[in-house]
Ligand binder design. Sequence first.
Ligand code: FE2
Ligand code: FE2
Length: 298
Amino acid sequence: MRPKPAESVVLLDPSQIYRPEEEYSEYNEFIISRTDKTVKDFRNYDVNLQTDKVHLTYRMMHENQTMDFVKEKKESWCCLDKFKMTIMEAVHMLDALVDESDPDTDLPNSVHAFQTAERIRVAHPDKDWFHLIGLLHDLGKVMALWGEPQYCVVGDTFPLGCKFSENIVFPETFTNNPDTKVAEYSSKYGIYEPNCGLDNITMSWGHDEYMYQVLTGNNCKLPKEGLYMIRYHSFYPWHCNGDYNYLCNEEDREMLKWVKEFNKFDLYSKSDAVPDVEAVTPYYEELIAKYCPGQLSW
Ligand SMILES: [Fe+2]
Ligand SMILES: [Fe+2]
């Protein structure tokens, strides 16, 4: 018998509440203004590390995500036999994820999906597929409702099977990752050939890769630019710091600008307006019918 989803899960997405990169300083100020933290709390890694949920989530992630772990998750999730539902059902299912990082709990999680989509729609009116990417980019987080721990659902992603970049957040938390003891995973290229392409890389398991598998496994007709956005939007070490470029092929480098373009719209901003979800839903239903219609296998 298939497992039933939890009715609600408190979810914290560290990618959304903590960005160490300088280019996100304005974003960090904004997030901090909505919490009881100060800039110092976010910047000073040494203060209260054991109780800092962001740090704890990344520590769990960096200690548990190994090549074997990801293989297991792929075997479990990529056969898409958990449930059937439409994209719009999944958008509203996200509302059962209570965002722990957001004190404004009145806003359902689906609002982030519509906000991202509507921001993209304003900036790129001619690219309807891009609007839809905004709506569905985080739907892979439904894994949390089926009992997956946060450290393999949310947060930044990174390659396995090669040396962990120093630019991954909290790099010191990899010390207890069993893969660091495997000699063939410890060099710059690890088990990979130079410029082998991201498609040949085993990434840490999370909502990006799962949603990519859902879309491709259901033969959705989204362009490859959109699929890259879905698959790598949490791969901050790559699209923000330029790490792992030596594993990329020409197509990855060509697609990087699209992933960067998407990320401009993903993080919360000061100018956020809450969209009229009811009013814009028919537009997105049309896009869903065009690109990923009907009940999908998840
Ligand atoms: Fe995401
Ligand atoms: Fe997002």
